[in-house]
Design a binder for this molecule. Structure first.
Ligand code: B1M
Length: 211
C-alpha cells in the first residue's frame, strides 16, 4: 500500500535522498512504477500545486518539490522506459514556448519509450520554429506538445498553424496534453489528439500510427 501522506510530506519538503529511498522501498515491496506514480508522487505534487495556488507556499518550495520529483522519477525511468516491443514510429516532443514545466512531459516520454517508440525530446520553452526544424530534421510520425499554463496553450495553436504553413501538416500527427488542456481545446485548434495523462498518450500514439 502506498503511504500517500509520507510521499507528500517528503516530496513537499524536497528531501531528495528520502524520496528516492521511499520510492525504492515501495518498488521492493512489490508496488509497480505506475502505482507509485499514480498514488504516491503525482497526488503529492498536486497537493504542492494546491498550496501554491492558495499562497501557503511559494516558488522556492515548489522548485524543491519538483527537484525531488525528478529524483524519484529517475529511479522509475529504467522501469517505465523498458520496452518490450518495437514500433516503427518516432515522436518529437517538447514543452511549448514560454513554458518551463517538464515533469509531465518527461513522464510522457518515459511511457512512450516503454511503449517501444523512439522519442526526440526538444526540452522546454520550445518556439514554433524549433518544432518545425525538428520535424524537418527527424521526420517523425507524431509531434507532441505539452503546456501547463493557460497563457502558453495558444502556442499549440500557433505551432499547428505553422505546420500547415510549412506544408508539413499532412505528414505528421499533432498531439497535445498538459493540465489545462482539454479534448475540446484540441478539437478547436485542429490537433489530431489529446491525452489527459502519460499512459493515455501511449494509447493515443498507438492508435494514430496504426491508422
Ligand atoms: Co507552475 N504552475 N508555475 N511551476 N506548477 C502550475 C501549472 C499551476 C497550475 C499552479 C497553481 O497555480 N495551482 C499554475 C498554472 C496556472 C494556470 O496557468 N492556469 C502555475 C504557475 C502560475 C506557474 C508560474 C507562472 C508561477 C510564477 O512564476 N508566478 C511559473 C511559470 C514558469 C514558466 O513555465 N514560464 C511556474 C513555475 C513552476 C516551477 C518552475 C516552480 C515548477 C516546474 C518545475 C518543472 O517542471 N521542472 C512548477 C510546478 C512544479 C507546478 C505544479 C505544482 C506541478 C506541475 C507538475 O509537474 N505536475 C503545477 C500545479 C499542478 O499541476 N498541480 C503548477 C505533475 C505532472 C506529472 O503532471 O504536468 O499535469 P502534469 O502532466 C501530466 C498530464 O498533464 C499529462 O501527462 C502527465 C503525466 O500523467 N501531460 C501530457 C502533460 N504533458 C502532456 C503531453 C501530452 C500528453 C499528456 O502529449 C504531447
Amino acid at each position: 500500500m502506498i503511504d500517500k501522506e509520507k510521499f507528500y510530506t517528503i516530496l513537499s519538503q524536497g528531501k531528495m535522498d528520502e524520496i528516492k529511498k521511499l520510492t525504492q522501498v515501495a518498488l521492493e515491496s512489490g508496488e509497480s512504477a505506475e502505482t507509485i506514480l499514480k498514488e504516491g508522487l503525482i497526488p503529492a505534487m498536486d497537493r504542492v500545486g494546491d498550496k501554491f495556488k492558495t499562497c501557503e507556499i511559494f516558488i522556492p518550495e515548489v522548485l524543491i518539490a519538483a527537484r525531488a520529483m525528478h529524483a524519484a522519477m529517475a529511479i522509475l525511468k529504467p522501469i517505465l522506459s523498458k520496452s518490450t516491443s518495437t514500433l516503427a514510429a518516432k515522436i518529437v516532443i517538447g514543452t511549448v514556448k514560454g513554458d518551463l514545466h517538464d515533469i509531465g512531459k518527461n513522464l510522457v516520454i518515459m511511457m512512450l519509450e516503454g511503449g517501444g517508440f523512439e522519442v526526440v525530446d526538444l526540452g522546454v520553452d520550445i518556439p514554433v520554429a524549433k518544432f518545425i526544424e525538428a520535424i524537418k530534421q527527424h521526420q517523425p510520425q507524431v509531434v507532441g506538445m505539452s503546456a501547463l499554463l493557460t497563457t502558453t496553450m495558444r502556442e499549440m495553436k500557433n505551432t499547428i498553424q505553422a505546420l500547415e504553413g510549412a506544408g508539413l501538416r499532412k505528414q505528421v500527427k499533432a498531439i497535445i496534453g498538459g493540465a489545462p488542456v482539454t479534448e475540446k481545446f484540441a478539437k478547436e485548434i485542429g490537433a489530431d489528439g489529446y491525452a489527459p495523462d502519460a499512459a493515455s498518450a501511449v494509447d493515443l500514439v498507438k492508435s494514430l500510427v496504426s491508422k
